[in-house]
Design a protein. Structure first.
Lengths: 537, 369
């Protein structure tokens, strides 16, 4: 449903094609064509992003959020059932645009298989424009109950003195406050996404303001470095643990001397929980992003100088006691990451490469070359299943995607030999080629827990080539998300494109009652008057 | 001037690095190309230190004629020995000398910062080589008949071989490229080494330095009009050619070819492409096995839409702070501001401040030579 009353939606603008010269509206994969289904753009007149002296690096984040219960009367009459309606799950994508230095983010994508909804957020951050405004807009982008929530310069929530630079969503939040927003200033708000959906306006509805004199124990961790809140995440499965991590020095907590040890100074241990409950020191530089694995056993941090995966040795529910330890340091990880069924981590970075890390072996097991610029977002496609995956094969196929500052979306297939030896080790100096063969070999020096590997030479690691390389936007990309029906790409300017999976588009007939669905299905890229007329300053 | 200085001092507070000086440079009419490069060189610490050392050890000796080297050394000494921590200095002597030396820079036209850097480094090397040669001649021949001042060419004329001298300028900036050409008929690989002070890279829209370096080292086929004369086949043959970095320099200077000659227009055009450059660069197109790591410490930025006008400023990293030098103005900036100089993702953009020359210093502790 288009929320015209609130005047907040922007569907494909009339200039969509003009804005995307030379861009195709589909791309081919072995399983078929992915078609551009929806495009959200800003009219250029409203893009007053200062490219000049102001800091433009920021996170244009997209989060897929699944609201469990039926949200609110603002829901359209979604008569159709196929779209996850059976479970009553609503999904929403939330995005905050703001300034900051979200150049490096990392996210865990929890869950495996399409049956499970993403329970932790997959954070994607990137370069972006700076904007002091922030808004939540919702749109039912497929007419089937899926929500897109994003901010744009048109209708905005104003944080008077600061910009939002990170956010996190937790569908299992107990107190209804499921969304956390971290600001440039270090302030943290928690809000109810559901409530916010009902009242799309310039204000945060019923928000809790933290990190000023926060006193309620709530479920999240936030990273503050150099007084800026640069990363935020919920602590999965923990109830009442509020962890506050600082990268910059604070005299009341000891600073870690040995960088290979991630130490936790558990603090403020009192009967009445107060925030922050613990502060951790990870590295000297600022931490740009953190994320938990969906089971809460691992924490990933991405900083200017150290990128690490930490394992929680002790994480007790309803306790204030948390101990973690670095188990792996990721090198050259800059921009994105995702975790797949606890086995592999994807990263992308400023060396234009995509890397696959094994949680078990704690090192790079494959890398991919194909981007012509920095990789800003990576994600496993957990909904994709290999055409010949009958469960009897010796290998497991993974599909993952990456987006970069080169405006390209790349899809990759990764075959992992699960039974014999994962991958062949190439002799140094030789050109590494990807092989699934078992003609090898030894996994030497699998490191014991707790020790850190030196920076690996990538020349010894198998290389994979992209399956598809497609230029999807005109602007550098900032993130991608896989959903059951589609692939969602976002560029740093905040344009969102939704690419329907092969077969999905056709199966939906255009008999949908919802306005947006019609306008998108029939004329996906043609001007929507409703959309364009709804812009308000 | 004083106000600006105190502002910077205030911004840095007690974090002001000890012994460091941040001085703006006065503009003598379109000399920003010069100022921006001089600032980058001044904050190239190994270069500065060696220049100051050279100056202090040489000024006691023969009071030779002014040259660009002495003028530069004099300027750097002036800056570093200032009582105040910040302020403005007029690089008058240096600019005068530069204009005297090279008519290219004599006019008040807008000049190319890269051309200036190139000219300066080569000039410095020339001067050092001449001095070394003269010293050698003095020591060896000790014949007073040969006046060193006007006879620098002579030793080469009768010298059997000209041994390339490795000066401290070389040690900082010089790298070696290997140009490998493989004849497609006889498969013979001909390798030719060439030295460089900087790498000039072709750029593409929405690319990275890593990608530009990869293209620079990519294999190119020589055919048709452009065949290769193979010594073994004794004829023109099709061949494959590629450039690799044989010896990476300690200071890696990367010049982005933003000024491109457009034949249809009959003139140069500025490419505003967005080319991202990392603060830490991994150099992988080398002959060596391990990747080399570099850290960005200076960026010369071209401001403006065309090649014949505009402005140059520089960004400099000093003691973990980033500073913005715009002629006489010096400001502190956030590290994250560096990325505003990447370029424009689309052609028409109001942003015209683009990184043009990048200065990287090798992080490798085990630096050979």
């Amino acid at each position: 449903m288009i929320n015209t009353a609130n005047g907040t939606i922007s569907t494909s603008s009339s200039s969509a094609n003009a804005q995307s010269p030379g861009l195709k509206t589909y791309f081919k994969t072995p399983e078929g064509r992915y078609k551009l289904h929806y495009e959200k753009t800003h009219p250029s007149s409203l893009l007053h992003y200062a490219h000049g002296k102001t800091v433009t690096q920021s996170g244009c984040q997209v989060t897929l959020a699944h609201l469990k219960e039926k949200p609110a009367p603002s829901t359209p009459t979604s008569s159709s059932s196929s779209y996850s309606a059976s479970s009553g799950v609503r999904s929403a994508a939330a995005r905050w645009l703001g300034a900051g230095n979200g150049s490096r983010t990392l996210g865990f994508a929890g869950g495996n298989g399409g049956s499970k909804s993403i329970s932790s957020t997959s954070r994607i951050g990137s370069l972006g424009a700076s904007s002091s405004s922030n808004s939540i807009t919702n749109t039912n982008f497929d007419g089937k109950g899926t929500y897109l929530i994003f901010n744009d310069p048109i209708k905005s929530i104003n944080f008077s003195n600061s910009n939002p630079i990170c956010h996190a969503f937790d569908q299992d939040a107990k107190d209804g406050h499921d969304l956390l927003i971290g600001l440039n200033s270090g302030d943290v708000y928690s809000v109810s996404l559901r409530q916010q959906l009902q009242d799309v306006g310039k204000k945060l509805v019923g928000a809790q303001h933290y990190n000023k004199d926060g006193s309620l124990p709530i479920l999240y961790i936030l990273v503050i470095s150099r007084s800026r809140c640069t990363g935020i995440a919920w602590v999965p499965g923990s109830d009442g643990v509020f962890v506050n991590k600082e990268g910059a020095g604070d005299s009341s907590f000891p600073v870690v001397k040995d960088q290979t040890q991630f130490s936790v100074s558990h603090a403020r241990y009192s009967k009445v929980p107060s925030n922050p409950m613990a502060r951790w020191h990870v590295c000297q530089g600022s931490i740009n992003s953190i994320a938990f694995s969906h089971d809460g056993a691992y924490l990933a941090t991405v900083g200017r100088d150290v990128q690490a995966i930490c394992e929680f040795l002790t994480i007790q529910k309803n306790s204030l006691y948390v101990v973690a330890k670095v188990i792996m340091v990721l090198y050259y990880v800059a921009l994105g990451g995702a975790l797949m069924d606890g086995k592999y981590i994807l990263t992308g970075g400023e060396d234009d490469l995509v890397q696959v890390w094994s949680m078990e072996d704690r090192k790079v097991v494959a890398w991919g070359e194909g981007h012509n610029s920095w990789v800003s977002g990576v994600a496993f496609d957990s909904y994709w299943s290999s055409p010949n995956s009958d469960g009897t094969g010796e290998t497991v196929m993974y599909r993952f995607g990456s987006v970069g500052q080169d405006t390209q979306l790349l899809l990759w297939d990764l075959e992992m030999d699960e039974i014999v030896v994962p991958l062949r080790r190439c002799p140094p100096g030789g050109s590494p080629t990807y092989s699934t063969g078992s003609q090898s070999s030894h996994w030497d020096n699998i490191s014991p827990l707790g020790t850190l590997q030196p920076a690996p030479s990538i020349r010894d690691v198998p290389k994979v080539s992209p399956l598809v390389a497609h230029r999807v936007h005109n602007e550098p990309l900032s993130g991608l998300i896989f959903t059951q029906e589609s692939v969602l790409t976002v560029c740093r300017e905040g344009h969102i494109k939704i690419w329907m999976r092969p077969g999905v588009g056709e199966s939906h007939s255009s008999n949908s009652e919802t306005v947006l669905s019609n306008s998108l299905k029939d004329k996906p890229f043609v001007s929507s008057k409703i959309g364009s007329s709804s812009y308000k300053q | 001037m004083g106000a600006a200085g105190s502002k910077l001092e205030k911004a840095l507070g007690d974090q002001f690095p000890e012994g460091e000086r941040y001085f703006g440079l006065e503009n003598f009419g379109n000399t920003c190309y010069c100022n921006s490069v001089l600032q980058a060189l001044y904050f190239c610490v190994p270069f500065r230190e060696q220049l100051l050392e050279y100056y202090s050890s040489n000024k006691n000796g023969v009071d030779a004629e002014d040259n660009l080297l002495t003028c530069l050394a004099d300027l750097f000494t002036q800056i570093s020995s200032q009582k105040k921590k910040t302020g403005v200095i007029a690089p008058k002597r240096f600019v005068q000398r530069l204009k005297k030396q090279n008519e290219l820079f004599r006019s008040y036209m807008h000049q190319d910062a890269h051309e200036f850097l190139n000219f300066l480094l080569n000039e410095l090397v020339d001067i050092l080589e001449k001095e070394a040669q003269a010293a050698k001649n003095d020591a060896e021949t000790s014949s007073p008949s040969e006046k060193t001042a006007n006879g620098p060419k002579n030793p080469q004329a009768n010298g059997v071989k000209k041994e390339p001298l490795v000066t401290w300028v070389h040690k900082n900036f010089q790298g070696i490229l290997t140009n490998e050409t493989r004849c497609l008929r006889c498969e013979t690989v001909t390798a030719r080494d060439e030295t460089f002070f900087d790498l000039s890279l072709d750029i593409e829209q929405n690319s990275s330095i890593t990608s530009c370096l990869k293209n620079f080292s990519s294999t190119e086929t020589l055919n048709a009009e452009d065949k290769f004369f193979c010594d073994k086949c004794c004829s023109l043959q099709e061949a494959q050619k590629r450039m690799k970095i044989k010896k990476p320099p300690h200071i890696l200077v990367i010049h982005l070819k933003r000024f491109k000659y457009i034949e249809q227009l009959g003139r140069y055009k500025k490419l505003s492409y967005r080319v991202v450059f990392p603060l830490e660069l991994k150099l992988s197109n080398t002959m060596e096995d391990a990747d080399l790591e570099y850290s960005l410490f200076a960026v010369v930025v071209h401001v403006g839409s065309g090649p014949n006008h505009g402005h140059y400023v520089s960004l400099v990293k000093s003691h973990n702070h980033w500073l913005f030098f715009d002629d006489e103005n010096v400001e502190m900036i956030d590290e994250s501001a560096v990325q505003t100089f990447f370029g424009s993702a689309q052609e028409f953009s109001s942003n015209t401040d683009h990184g043009y020359i990048l200065f990287y210093e090798s992080l490798g502790a085990g630096n050979k030579s």
